[in-house]
Design a protein around this ligand. Structure first.
Ligand SMILES: NC(=O)c1ccc[n+]([C@@H]2O[C@H](COP(=O)([O-])OP(=O)(O)OC[C@H]3O[C@@H](n4cnc5c(N)ncnc54)[C@H](O)[C@@H]3O)[C@@H](O)[C@H]2O)c1
Length: 363
């Protein structure tokens, strides 16, 4: 991988006619000079109580020259991605008399990004949104691509909208306060980009796994930058997920079933999809799509950065397949999986239910 400057604009993400710049700025939470021109009207910072103690004050201090800035601090955690909290953001905007030129700054991980993003998409049919993702998963994935959502008791991300941010500000220094577990969960998505579309990146990750695991800042910034570019490319080519964007779901069919069957409280999303990617790679090999060693290399890389790779004993094929069958895109007793044709090359394959069992086989 070639070396690039570490500050400033990484890329522009094309959302149809709209273009959304992604900035990588060390200390970008408190130095707004490169991105403050994207702000307008009433500004509302939406954040949560694990992130606020570190980054809310510096951000607000940086914004003091603006006339109207307010904040809303919500409880951390997936439960906050709810209709109730979405409604509380709208109430807050109404109480501030925010107009159509208002801006929401989403300061937090994917939960805040999705929730505050959906509030920005829906208030007055859409106001400005700036994403300041503070978790690795949000920096390389959730904040990019314009998908916003809240959960419904009957399903995750059931209510949402596409809403392109005006800008995305990645401040890699925010990752220093992220827990080890959340950091590693984010690495699963980084590795996914290599596995589905970029063998050279995958090999670079293999070489630098130890440095990544210990958050070496130079290696980490390169990995973030490369992941952002990978997702930006996919979004530009297939914003509404009619084709290529679906490949980003590699590992997610198994992963979502794992999360749902463990009530979303045993695994981080990244941990569940790491296990799911290994299962999908095993299935790819079994059906003769991918050469042998594909699964092993993927598994070795996950292990090297401290991610789980095996299904817990409590989850068996029968309940997993039953759960995966609920996925809306399945038909004719087949389940659609993103599988690997090789490391760096993915495609969607419908697999008859009777032929999924090998994914569960122990090596
Ligand atoms: N919109 C999309 O395209 C998209 C893509 C992937 C995931 N998501 C969504 O993203 C969410 C998961 O994102 P996540 O993993 O960031 O979850 P999260 O927002 O819950 O953050 C994970 C944990 O890290 C903490 N945290 C975040 N930044 C921190 C920091 N800098 N310092 C200390 N603690 C910090 C949070 O308080 C939380 O405890 C899910 O709801 C998922 O559905 C959305």
């Amino acid at each position: 991988m070639t070396s690039q400057p570490t500050q400033g604009k990484v890329t522009d993400i094309q959302h149809g006619q709209l273009s959304c710049p992604v900035y990588m700025i060390e200390g970008g939470v408190k130095d707004i000079s490169q991105w403050s021109h994207h702000l307008s009207g009433q500004v509302l910072i939406v954040t949560e109580d694990q992130v606020a103690p570190h980054y809310l004050k510096p951000l607000e201090e940086a914004l003091t020259t603006l006339s109207s800035v307010d904040h809303l601090v919500l409880p951390a955690g997936e439960a906050t991605k709810s209709i109730t909290q979405w409604s509380s953001i709208l109430d807050h905007l109404v109480s501030l008399n925010a107009q159509r030129d208002a801006t929401i700054i989403a300061l937090g991980g994917g939960v805040i990004g999705d929730l505050a993003g959906f509030a920005a998409a829906s208030y007055m049919r859409g106001i400005g949104l700036i994403q300041i993702p503070t978790s690795l998963l949000a920096q390389v994935d959730a904040a990019i691509g314009g998908k916003t959502a809240v959960n419904h008791p009957m399903g995750k991300n059931l209510i949402g909208a596409f809403h392109a941010p005006k800008a995305i500000i990645i401040d890699p220094t925010t990752l220093t306060t992220l827990s080890e577990r959340d950091y590693r969960a984010g690495l699963a998505e980084v590795i996914k980009y290599g596995a589905i579309g970029d063998l050279a990146f995958f090999e670079w990750l293999e070489t630098n796994a130890k440095a990544l695991a210990r958050r070496d800042p130079v290696i980490l910034e390169k990995a973030i930058r490369h992941s952002v570019m990978a997702k930006a490319g996919v979004v530009a080519r297939d914003e509404k997920e009619s084709g290529e964007r679906a490949l980003l779901n590699f590992g997610h069919t198994f992963g979502h079933a794992i999360e749902a069957l463990t009530d979303y409280d045993t695994f981080r999303h990244g941990e569940a999809i790491a296990i799911g990617m290994v299962m999908a790679a095993r299935l790819s090999e079994h059906h003769g799509y991918a050469p042998s060693s594909t699964k092993q290399r993927l598994e070795d890389l996950f292990k090297a950065v401290g991610l789980p790779t095996t299904l817990p004993e409590s989850l068996g094929p029968v309940q997993m397949i039953e759960r995966m069958r609920l996925d809306k895109k399945n038909r004719d007793n087949s389940i659609r999986f993103v599988l690997l044709a090789a490391l760096g090359k993915a495609a969607v394959y419908p697999i008859p239910e009777a032929e999924i069992q090998p994914a569960f086989d122990m090596d």
